[in-house]
Ligand binder design. Structure first.
Ligand SMILES: C[S@@+](CC[C@H](N)C(=O)[O-])C[C@H]1O[C@@H](n2cnc3c(N)ncnc32)[C@H](O)[C@@H]1O
Length: 342
């Protein structure tokens, strides 16, 4: 199929509207199709089923338990056109390297679940939100997926934590909102003589953190408690800590309550002890603005603050914050190390 565009057709096209904007709109539309298609290829189990071995359409329909084989064939042809599988027009279908990356790398899979899922559902459903409808429940209901997709930053966070801990030789470390417990485990690994406490509101997170610590042979040096950190010095929080981390938690707390929260955490530190805050911050970047909107659309009063506001809040809480440091190149995520005056 080859055809030259006539000069007259091109001229008409150029004069009819904003050609660049039309090209951009179509390119972005195609990218959106590709994203949602990949989400569907994950969500329907198509890629997982093909990871078990190549299959013609009829066999694929049997393995996936779908009724409409003809529609499945058309669906797989789109997935093939996007490069996740190959098999000509009729199969047998097999995963390409791109398809295997989705199945084999959980960060890729999580991205194809989260972005066509709650990240973009925000915009599909923004009308009722703007009209004052009930808040979204992504944070409440998608905690596991949010944790999986945040894992991309984990190497940077663990590196920073290891640096902070290794330079201080703490005897007690604290992880506030410990989630999976990976950060508490990293602190304990970097401080072989220390004991650690993880605190989380969520019973599932507490159980997960306990499994993480046990799996790394750190159960004897750690304790994980289900508690609201705002309740302060209770149970294993009675003895002070030399190092505390508050990673990806502050934006879940209403802005007006953040100084009180930070003051409570500061009160759990030894004089000279440090708090490392890790957080996404409000910047003009598209993803930062999007994440802030996603937070504001939730039930509860969540939002991002900018880095300067965070520094002011830490100061108002009685800590001495160092200048914020970018966690990873190009990402609107910072760390701030704040010291409790001795
Ligand atoms: C996004 S997760 C972050 C987990 C982990 N710190 C990380 O960076 O991967 C936030 C965690 O903070 C917990 N959390 C939120 N508010 C809390 C509070 N007031 N007290 C204790 N935990 C809290 C949530 O239950 C959730 O597990």
């Amino acid at each position: 199929m080859s055809q030259l565009i006539s000069a007259r057709a091109l001229w008409t096209l150029v004069r009819a509207g904003d050609l660049r904007a039309r090209v951009r709109a179509n390119r972005e539309g195609t990218a959106a199709i590709r994203l949602h298609l990949a989400g569907a290829a994950v969500g329907t189990g198509l890629l997982d089923v093909l990871a078990e071995g190549p299959a013609p359409t009829a066999e694929l329909a049997r393995r996936m338990g779908v009724a409409d084989t003809a529609l499945l064939g058309a669906f797989v042809r789109v997935v093939a056109a996007a490069g996740f599988v190959d098999g000509g027009t009729d199969g047998p279908w097999r995963l390409t390297a791109r398809g295997r990356a989705v199945v084999g790398d959980d960060l890729v899979r999580a991205a194809y679940e989260a972005f066509p899922g709650f990240h973009t559902a925000l915009y599909r459903e923004i009308g009722p939100l703007l009209a004052g409808g009930p808040g979204r429940r992504d944070v409440a209901e998608q905690g596991a997926l949010i944790a999986r997709i945040s894992a991309g930053f984990e190497p940077f966070v663990l590196d920073e934590l290891t640096r902070v801990v290794a330079g201080r030789r703490p005897s007690r470390v604290l992880d506030v909102g410990c989630g999976s417990g990976l950060q508490l485990a990293a602190m304990l690994a970097a401080a072989p003589d220390a004991v650690g406490v993880g605190v989380d509101l969520d019973a599932g997170a507490v159980a997960l953190a306990e499994r993480t610590l046990a799996g790394q042979g750190l159960a004897a040096r750690s304790q994980v408690v289900q508690a609201d950190i705002r309740d302060g010095r209770t149970g294993p929080l009675e003895q002070p800590f030399d190092v505390a981390v508050l990673a990806n938690v502050i934006y879940y707390v209403p802005m007006a309550e953040r100084v009180a929260l930070l003051r409570t955490v500061a009160g759990l530190l030894t004089p000279g002890g440090v708090l490392l805050v890790v957080t996404t911050v409000a910047t003009p970047q598209l993803f930062s603005r999007h994440f802030d909107l996603l937070l504001r659309a939730q039930e509860g009063r969540m939002e991002l603050s900018d880095a300067d506001t965070l520094v002011t809040q830490l100061t108002d809480a009685g800590l001495r914050p160092a200048p914020p440091r970018a966690l990873a190149p190009g990402a609107p995520v910072v760390t701030v190390l704040a010291t409790r005056p001795g």
